[in-house]
Design a protein around this ligand. Structure first.
Ligand code: CO
Length: 249
């Protein structure tokens, strides 16, 4: 896996989500399309070497529509960039990993396939092989890591390591495990640290110009908790997503 291609977020209304993610946070829009087979209108916004995918259901009966009704807005899936999706799916099939898509299909990110959430400890994982190598669009804020809650951190880390060949990034001994993916990382924490949640719980981002971002939050009346050099956006302002943003170092 070369990098986190994107993190998918289910939102109620794309226009409203653009106001926060594109206009306030400043993530450049890469592309937007209607994907009737997935029942969504979807948009990709650049966030460093990674992207944020916003998913608005086209109707209440689609998978994403049902997710929105059941869970509300928030983190939905993790997409990993693999150079050869046919080979990656073949290897997963050989080890009997549960898949939603047994063959790649066209999606917003290129040729894509979803694994079953049961296959990755409650995290819905998408694999994507982009059509061509496009240079990442410069963005003032970049995604640093995805935080995943796990009942058993070592076991969940083991599943991600064996499924996707991720390697552990050196950390102090402790209850957490960090797995590197490209320049980003997946941080696995005990679910009791994150209100009992298993699966994706938060995103950590880095802002190149922290002061400008704080000024943008002021103008937009973004609800957040500010510390020195870091800010946590309240999920009601970020469409159900816990966002930790720190100053670039
Ligand atoms: Co996706």
């Amino acid at each position: 896996m070369r990098r986190i291609h994107h993190v998918g977020i289910v939102i109620r209304d794309l226009a409203a989500a653009y106001r926060f993610y594109r206009d306030t946070l400043g993530l450049p829009l890469v592309k937007e399309a209607r994907l009737p087979d997935q029942g969504v209108r979807a948009a990709l916004l650049a966030a460093g070497e990674t992207e944020i995918e916003l998913l608005e259901p086209l109707d209440a009966s689609s998978g994403v529509g049902r997710f929105l009704a059941r869970r509300g807005e928030g983190l939905h899936h993790l997409c990993l960039d693999t150079p050869d999706i046919h080979a990656a799916l073949g290897a997963l099939k050989e080890t009997h990993v549960e898949l939603i898509d047994t063959a790649p299909r066209p999606g917003l990110a290129g040729q894509i396939a979803f694994l079953h959430p049961k296959a990755c400890c409650g995290v819905l994982v998408e694999l994507a092989t982009p059509a061509e190598d496009t240079a990442a669009e410069p963005s003032p804020v970049r995604l640093k890591r995805l935080v995943v809650g796990a009942r058993d951190v070592k076991q969940t880390a083991g599943v991600f390591r064996s499924r996707f060949g991720l390697t552990e990034v050196a950390m102090n001994d402790g209850p957490r495990t960090m797995l590197g993916v490209g320049r980003g990382a997946i941080l696995i924490v005990p679910s009791e640290e994150v209100g009992g949640t298993e699966g994706m719980v938060a995103l950590s981002l880095v802002a190149e110009d922290f002061e400008s971002l704080m000024a943008a939050f002021d103008r937009a009346s973004t609800k957040c908790l500010r510390g020195t050099g870091e800010v946590t956006v309240e999920p009601e302002s970020s469409h159900g997503v816990h966002l930790h943003i720190s100053r670039y170092e």
